[in-house]
Design a protein around this ligand. Structure first.
Ligand code: NZQ
Ligand code: ZN
Length: 383
């Protein structure tokens, strides 16, 4: 096991009707800003629940945050928050709104261009406190200190800063009933790949983390189809919501060897072609596992046997079966596993590789062996 520090101060308030706890969680006498996306919260009753719990507090609203939140839009919120002397932020939405809120919380007191927090890893002197009401189980942003923001074709992450944890996150599974099948499928796949990227590397004597990860993967496999095919099924919504949070809150990754190359390649596909985050992962992961089969062999076999219960005695056959079952699972959730579906062609691969190198000059992967040539190979295999 690798050395690690584990710290996670986010108070999770989980369950039906829990949005009303905002009443005690949001400070009474601080001027707050309520941040949300394109309006789903105004159509499904979440906005009313939040406003009613906020009561007489002084609150400024800022809506219109898009999926893959854009820097220019977030800077509008930063300007308003500075001018109005906002002291607390409340994110109500999916990963994009929560990530946006983290950026705004950090940018308000940043001297200079806050984009440098992402492009040059500069630190802000102060982060505003914030809380979240999660409406889409997927990213884990509600319980981690990472954020991903886009500026044109640059989609970059920042974080790892303990000041970027929410003070609290409210997780009410019943607010997910209004999610489209597309977003539900995306959420299950994103959580699945978060787990894989912290598990499917090489053995490092982490039996407990491995079994946590396998438990999350099996829960996603069992419960994922139910959220899509059984209408308003509270129990499966609750299990998927908690699994997605647990997949990226630091627990399963502590002391484990990580990869994250599927995410890094995926961010380029979102930035260049507008493909939903999780959909990029579903396309990249199977090909990446095939290209990296030799270096990931032991864990791939463990994954096939323990997660998918593959019986084949021949290791290569068992590994391929595990990858095929993973692809079938993504497809069964309505999430395609081929780049061609998005009209990305072989001649586009060089552009993707160049863009990736601009953002991340070093090789990717747990062994730092995924170079340009391998990225090309992975993308070609995914066409
Ligand atoms: O904007 P509104 O109107 O709210 O609609 C949203 C949006 O169109 C809709 N939605 C959310 N909750 C809903 C709902 N519609 C109906 N009912 C509800 N209850 O869903 C759409 C997608 O929302 P978004 O927040 O963009 O999705 P997601 O949660 O998948 O977040 C994706 C973003 O998170 C980043 C991604 O890169 C992407 O930018 N990630 C953040 C991570 C982190 N902070 O740790 C890790 C992830 O790997 C990921 O990179
Ligand atoms: Zn992700």
């Amino acid at each position: 096991m690798q050395n690690f520090e584990f710290y996670n101060p986010v108070k999770i308030v989980f369950g039906k009707g829990q949005i009303q706890q905002i009443e005690t969680l949001v400070p009474q006498r601080k001027k707050s800003m309520l941040l949300y996306g394109g309006g789903s919260i105004k159509n499904n009753g979440v906005y009313e629940q939040v406003m009613s719990a906020l009561g007489e507090r002084e609150v400024i609203e800022f809506g219109g945050i898009t999926p893959n939140p854009q820097y220019d839009k977030l800077m509008e919120a930063v300007e308003i928050a500075r001018k109005e002397g906002v002291e607390f932020l409340l994110a109500v939405g999916g990963g994009s709104v929560i990530d946006a809120t983290k950026f705004i919380a950090a940018a308000i007191n940043f001297d200079g261009d806050p984009w440098e927090m992402l492009s040059e890893h500069k630190r802000t002197p102060k982060v505003l406190p914030f809380g979240a009401v999660l409406t889409l189980p997927a990213t884990g942003s509600e319980m981690n200190c990472f954020s991903v923001v886009s500026r044109g074709v640059d989609k970059l992450g920042f974080g790892g800063d303990p000041r970027l944890f929410a003070q609290f996150s409210i997780l009410d599974p019943s607010v997910t009933y209004t999610l489209s099948e597309r977003q539900l499928g995306n959420g299950v796949v994103d959580a699945f790949v978060h787990t894989i990227e912290q598990y499917l590397t090489y053995p490092a004597n982490t039996p407990l983390q491995d079994r946590f990860a396998e438990g999350i993967l099996q829960t996603l496999i069992e419960e994922g189809p139910k959220v899509i095919h059984v209408k308003d099924h509270y129990e499966s919504r609750a299990n998927i919501m908690w699994s997605a949070t647990m997949a990226l809150n630091g627990v399963i990754g502590a002391g484990a060897v990580h990869d994250w190359s599927t995410h890094m390649i995926g961010h380029e596909l979102t930035a260049l072609y507008g493909i939903d985050h999780a959909r990029t992962l579903a396309v990249v992961l199977p090909s990446l596992l095939r290209v990296q089969k030799d270096v990931k062999k032991d864990k791939l076999l463990q994954f096939a046997r323990r997660v998918w219960n593959v019986q084949a005695t021949d290791a290569d056959k068992a590994i391929e079966e595990g990858i095929l079952l993973t692809e079938d699972f993504f497809n069964s959730l309505g999430v395609p596993t081929r780049l061609g579906v998005y009209k990305v062609k072989e001649e586009d691969i060089e552009t993707i590789v160049q863009s990736l190198r601009k953002h991340i000059p070093a090789n990717l992967g747990e062994n730092k062996d995924i170079d340009d040539e391998k990225v090309q190979k992975i993308l070609k295999l995914a066409l």
